[in-house]
Design a binder for this molecule. Structure first.
Ligand SMILES: Nc1nc2c(ncn2[C@@H]2O[C@H](COP(=O)(O)OP(=O)(O)O)[C@@H](O)[C@H]2O)c(=O)[nH]1
Ligand SMILES: [Mg+2]
Length: 307
C-alpha cells in the first residue's frame, strides 16, 4: 500500500530525495538555498497530487513544508533523507491532525449504542459492519445488526450470512420493506439488553439519488443514532471528498472508515480527508476477512509512508 506516494516522495530508498542538483549523501544544511527549498516543496506538491491528494491540500502541505525548510532550526547537519522525512512528517501532522474518536470506548458509556453506516454502493458498509461486529463481540458487547439495506437484491441475505458466521443477531424484514422500520426494531430489541450495540446497515445506490438521501434521513430520525459513519473506498481517490461533503450535508457524518487500503497504491486520499474535513478516520479496511479492519491513527499512516 501507498507505494506510489512513497516512491514519488523518494522516501523508499536512502539518499535519493530532494533535488537532483544536490549531490548524493550531502545534508540539507546552511548551504541549501531558498531556491532549493522551493524546488523541494514544488516536487512534493506534484507527488502529492499524483498520489490522490486534492490540489488545495497539496498546496497547503507544500507551503507549510517550505516554511519548515526555510526555518533555520531544521537546517541542521544530518542525513538529508532524514531531515526531509522529518519535515514531511511534521508538515503532514500539522495539516492532518484531527480529534480522535474511539467507537468502542463510546459504546462502553451508553447502551444501546447505535451506529448508522452510510456510503455509496460497494464502498464496504456491509463488510465493515461484519468486521466491527466481531470487534464489539470480542469486547463483550451484545451486537445487533439492522439489515436496513432492503433495496439491493441479496443485501439481506449477505448480512444475515455474516450474522450466522459471527453468531450475531440480525434484525431483518422482507426485501423492499421500510429500512427505518428495521432500524426501529433493532433498537427496540437491543434496548432490553445491557451493554448492547446496534449496527445499522443501509443501502448505497448512486451519489445523487434523492430517494436514498431521504431514506437515510428517515432512518436517522427513527433510530436516533449516536454515531453516523461514512465508508469510503480508497480507490475512489479524490472523489472521497465530494462523497464526504454530500453525506455530511445530508445526515451529518461523525467519522469515516476507509476501505480497500490493501489495494490502494496511492494513499493520498487519507491526507485529503483529514485535512479538508477535520473529521476522524476511525478504522481502515485492509482486506476482505473479518480481522482485516484496523484502528486508524495518523502515526500508523506516517510510519507506513515514511519508514
Ligand atoms: N480488498 C478489500 N476489499 C474490501 C474491503 N472492504 C470491503 N471489500 C469488498 O468490497 C466489496 C463491496 O463490499 P460491501 O461491504 O458489500 O459494500 P457495500 O455495498 O457498501 O455494503 C466486497 O466484495 C467486499 O469484500 C477491504 O478493506 N479490502
Ligand atoms: Mg451492503
Amino acid at each position: 500500500m501507498f507505494e506510489k506516494l512513497k516512491e514519488k516522495l523518494g522516501l523508499g530508498k536512502k539518499d535519493d530525495v530532494t533535488t537532483s542538483r544536490e549531490n548524493k549523501g550531502t545534508s540539507i544544511n546552511v548551504a541549501a538555498s531558498s531556491k532549493d527549498f522551493e524546488d523541494i516543496a514544488g516536487n512534493l506538491k506534484i507527488s502529492l497530487i499524483e498520489a490522490d491528494v486534492a490540489l488545495p491540500v497539496a498546496d497547503r502541505i507544500s507551503n507549510v513544508l517550505l516554511k519548515k525548510l526555510d526555518d533555520k532550526s531544521i537546517r541542521l547537519k544530518g542525513d538529508r533523507n532524514s531531515v526531509f522525512k522529518e519535515a514531511v512528517r511534521a508538515t503532514i501532522k500539522e495539516v492532518a491532525t484531527v480529534n480522535p474518536m474511539d467507537l468502542v470506548d463510546l459504546a462502553g458509556r451508553k447502551s444501546p449504542f447505535i451506529v448508522m453506516f452510510v456510503g455509496m454502493n460497494g464502498t464496504g458498509k456491509t463488510t465493515s459492519i461484519a468486521k466491527l461486529a466481531e470487534i464489539f463481540k470480542e469486547k463483550g458487547f451484545y451486537v445487533v445488526i439492522a439489515a436496513s439495506d432492503t433495496f439491493r437484491a441479496g443485501a439481506i441475505e449477505q448480512i444475515a450470512l455474516h450474522g450466522e458466521k459471527l453468531g450475531v443477531r440480525v434484525v431483518k424484514h422482507q426485501a423492499g420493506g421500510d429500512p427505518a422500520a428495521v432500524s426501529f426494531d433493532a433498537v427496540k430489541h437491543a434496548s432490553k439488553i445491557e451493554r448492547s450495540v446496534v449496527l445499522i446497515d443501509t443501502a448505497g445506490r448512486m451519489q445523487n439519488n434523492k430517494n436514498l438521501l431521504e431514506e437515510m434521513k428517515k432512518i436517522k430520525r427513527i433510530s436516533n443514532p449516536d454515531s453516523i459513519i461514512l465508508t469510503l473506498d480508497a480507490l475512489s481517490g479524490t472523489d472521497v471528498l465530494s462523497q464526504a461533503k454530500l453525506f455530511d450535508e445530508a445526515v451529518g457524518i461523525d467519522g469515516y472508515i476507509v476501505t480497500k487500503i490493501d489495494a490502494d497504491a496511492k494513499g493520498g486520499c487519507i491526507i485529503s480527508l483529514l485535512s479538508e474535513t477535520k473529521k476522524p478516520i476511525l478504522y481502515i479496511g485492509t482486506g476482505q476477512t473479518y480481522s482485516e479492519l484496523i484502528q486508524f491513527s495518523l502515526d500508523w499512516y506516517l510510519n507506513r509512508l515514511l519508514n
